[in-house]
Ligand binder design. Structure first.
Ligand code: SAH
Ligand code: SF4
Ligand code: F3S
Length: 469
């Protein structure tokens, strides 16, 4: 694939900044405009929404979580499964009422679904009160898009296919104060046969390491304690850069930033998870000993039909190798049940793999047909009931394993990063990312030594034995 990495020029970004300054403050129904940004899908989309909020703030908007009082509504969508799309259409449908109450409300639909063939057409036809539709490649041009719309009053549909570029220097308004997302790359080149992501997010492209490091330093000095590096396949970071830096190399450089913080990353593709990565994780004290390594299926015929590029045996070897470097490694994974043509016998291999690896947690999905992907053309004779039954067997097997693994923590003392205050007290995460409900005098942002006193399938319970600020 002859794709050349493109970075949006400084002048183009400056132009967006000028537009934001010129529009500020955006007028609204009751004075200053209020904006509601609603996010579906993965962490990449969360990170994009932080940019949308950043741009809206620069234009003087206040944020609201109530679409009824919003002057601007932005729905940042996900296309990965049909269910996510149905939810979006349901919620966009409900906006007809808010628009009727406030005819000047500007309604935007953006994100992965907007980039999917046919979706913009459907919105144009069936949702006449949606004013602006734009795909992920247009995100950096949001100020200009808004300005053009406000000047012309004409509906806009900006969803041309594009391999994608990198836009640096956009403002951000982050959701949290303890945990932060840091995109290190965009797009995907893997074309797993079931997956829509490469079609809507464009080709794989890496941010320059200097830009990533600068952002990481900024986050650390702003007090963030948990930084998650994002990419569809972080293991191929840097392949499109001249500097020859690998993902492991980038991890080491971020690990060298002074300060008390944790580094996480997702997602790793098993075909590219290397011994160098495991060694680096083991050697870098700030890198969490957690890997999210989606295996998707346990049967080799199915894995091949999915175009995953590894066998179940190779996956198991990688998992073993990772644990040799990090005996306490927390492993999580994604699995698809009911890929077209997967037989019940083949599904047994998925259960067998789960039993062998004993993941700490699994994200399980029933296959969802994505028109335009190769798997959408494969005959799919298994009934929904059969898939559902297999799905439930997988979930109950994993729940049993998760509960057993959690129970083994009892009596241990773990370093927990407190990240929120729940109704029943502080909550935090272990280095491996396990949820801990804590008793003790601690606040978000604290690292605390917590003795684990109990557990269930989803969480650990514990009490603070010392609090290190
Ligand atoms: N880039 C990541 C995953 C992104 S999508 C990776 O390769 O690991 C997150 C998860 O959604 C995938 O791991 C997969 O398990 C699931 N998924 C993707 N497409 C799907 C589909 N068509 N039906 C059901 N699940 C799907
Ligand atoms: Fe989708 Fe595969 Fe890319 Fe992940 S690696 S985003 S599953 S095509
Ligand atoms: Fe993420 Fe969904 Fe897009 S999973 S990349 S928001 S299709």
């Amino acid at each position: 694939m002859a794709y050349k990495r493109v970075e949006i020029s400084g002048e183009d970004i400056s132009r967006q900044k000028q537009i934001m300054a010129g529009l500020c403050p955006l007028p609204g129904k009751n004075g200053t405009a209020r904006a509601f940004v609603d996010t579906y899908g993965c962490q990449q989309n969360e990170a994009d929404s932080e940019k949308l909020r950043g741009m809206l703030s620069e234009m003087g908007c206040e944020m609201t979580s109530d679409e009824k009082e919003a002057d601007i509504v932005v729905i940042n969508t996900c296309a990965v499964r049909e269910h996510a799309e149905m939810r979006v259409f349901g919620n966009v449908g409900a906006l007809s009422h808010t628009k009727r109450a406030n005819p000047n409300q500007i309604i935007c639909v953006c994100g992965c679904m907007a980039q999917e063939p046919g979706i913009a057409e459907k919105i144009k036809r069936s949702y006449p009160y949606v004013d602006i539709v734009f795909g992920p490649h247009m995100l950096w041009r949001f100020p200009e898009i808004l300005q053009t719309y406000m000047q012309s009053g004409r509906r806009m549909f900006l969803t041309e296919d594009d391999p994608g570029a990198i836009a640096e220097g956009l403002p951000e308004k982050r959701d949290g104060t303890v945990k932060a997302w840091l995109s290190i790359m965009y797009g995907c080149n893997n074309f797993c046969s079931y997956c829509i992501v490469p079609y809507v997010r464009g080709r794989e492209r890496s941010r320059r390491p200097e830009a990533v490091l600068e952002e990481a330093r900024r986050l650390v000095s702003a007090g963030y304690r948990d930084i998650t590096l994002l990419g569809q396949n972080v293991n191929s970071y840097g392949r499109d850069l001249e500097s020859n830096i690998s993902f492991a190399g980038l991890l080491r450089q971020i690990n060298d930033i002074p300060g008390d913080f944790r580094i996480r990353f997702m997602t790793s593709h098993p075909k590219d998870a290397s011994e160098e990565l495991f060694r680096t994780m083991a050697e870098c004290s700030k890198v969490s000993k957690h890997i999210h390594l989606p295996f998707q299926a346990g049967n080799n015929r199915v894995l091949k039909a999915m175009n995953r590029g590894y066998t179940a045996e190779e996956y198991l070897e990688k998992a073993e190798l990772a644990r040799r470097y990090m005996p306490d490694l927390v492993m999580t994974s994604d699995v698809i049940v009911g890929f077209p043509g997967e037989t019940s016998e083949e599904f047994e291999d998925t259960l067998r793999l789960v039993e062998k690896v004993r993941f700490d947690a699994l994200f399980t999905f029933i296959y969802s047909r994505r028109p335009g992907t190769p798997a959408a053309e494969i005959p799919d004779p298994a009934s929904r009931e059969e898939k559902q039954r297999n799905f439930e067997r997988l979930v109950s097997l994993q729940n049993k394993i998760s509960a057993e693994k959690h129970a083994a923590y009892t009596g241990r003392t773990l370093r927990v990063l407190i990240d929120s205050m729940g109704e029943e007290g502080p909550c935090g995460r272990t280095d491996g990312g396990r949820l801990v409900r804590v008793k003790g005098d601690v606040s978000p942002g604290d690292f605390a030594d917590v003795e684990i006193t109990g557990s269930n399938t989803w969480a650990l319970y514990g009490k603070v034995i010392s609090d290190k600020k």
